[in-house]
Design a protein around this ligand. Structure first.
Ligand code: 13P
Length: 253
């Protein structure tokens, strides 16, 4: 059975002192959680967060990376750099990066490959706009984004990729996809992975839902057949709310 993975995406929020007290506060509360807990923090918080999260259950991730190892790319941070300080996860292809920073399926794929090269686990975001959903194109969009993101990876790498299905119309809007709709879209993604990499790989891949996840809707989402956790934006900035989301994914046995 797949485990649940709950990741917070802090986006461009939280100063280092805020990150430290959040992680200190959260670590005791999630010590016995059944789910895996990840916080994807801004670059400037990474080092402090890694130190504070040492010997706790909380894993630390970045929110983006460049595909090259080094070079003349002003303002960018490479996978080699993230790995060098102990980062374990990295979000790739978030819709905000696709929308505001011109990321494409091609750059997403380059970043995913570079993440594996540096032994970072990618959390790859896919999702359709409201327009695409209303035009009946959601399945085509999310399965195409998935196959292009994973192109050229080995089966083992695909198994170790976390996919976050984040319908764009549900991000930061308060509108969550119904658990049934989210589960259906995630099944479509899993089915695509099955076509490309086989049943065994498809059954192992963690596929999260993201988009206005809160403590009040997380349990229902996690009770579905195919939703393996959440990528949480706004609610991951509130300690108690985030802790509740983590515990709704299961109490320790
Ligand atoms: P919200 O939870 O704020 O809707 O954000 C979702 C998201 O973009 C997580 O990556």
């Amino acid at each position: 059975m797949r485990k649940k993975v709950i990741a917070g995406n802090w986006k461009m929020n939280m100063l280092p002192n805020e990150a430290i007290s959040f992680i200190e506060g959260l670590s005791n509360k999630v010590e016995n959680a059944k789910a895996e807990v990840i916080l994807c923090v801004p670059y400037t918080d990474l080092f402090y967060s890694l130190l504070t999260a040492q010997n706790t259950k909380i894993k630390i991730g970045a929110q983006n990376m460049h595909w090259e190892e080094n070079g003349a790319y002003t303002g960018e941070v490479s996978g080699a750099m993230l790995k060098s300080i102990g980062v374990e996860y990295v979000i790739i292809g978030h819709s905000e990066r696709r929308q505001y920073f011109a990321e494409t399926d091609e750059t997403v794929n380059k970043k995913v490959k570079a993440a594996f090269k540096h032994e970072l686990k990618p959390i790859v975001c896919v999702g359709e706009t409201l327009e695409q959903r209303e035009a009946g194109k959601a399945e085509e969009i999310i399965t195409t984004q998935t196959s292009l993101a994973l192109e050229g990876l080995t089966k083992l790498e695909v198994e170790n990729t976390i996919i976050a299905y984040e319908p764009i119309w549900a991000i930061g809007t308060g509108k969550t996809a119904t658990s049934e709709d989210a589960n259906n879209s995630i099944k479509q993604i899993r089915n695509k992975i099955k076509q490309l990499y086989g049943e065994e790989v498809a059954q192992k891949v963690i596929i999260q839902y993201g988009g206005s996840v809160k403590a009040s809707n997380s349990k229902e989402l996690f009770e579905t057949s195919d939703i393996d956790g959440a990528l949480v934006g706004g609610a991951s900035l509130k300690l108690e709310e985030f802790e509740k989301i983590v515990s709704s994914a299961g109490k320790p046995c």
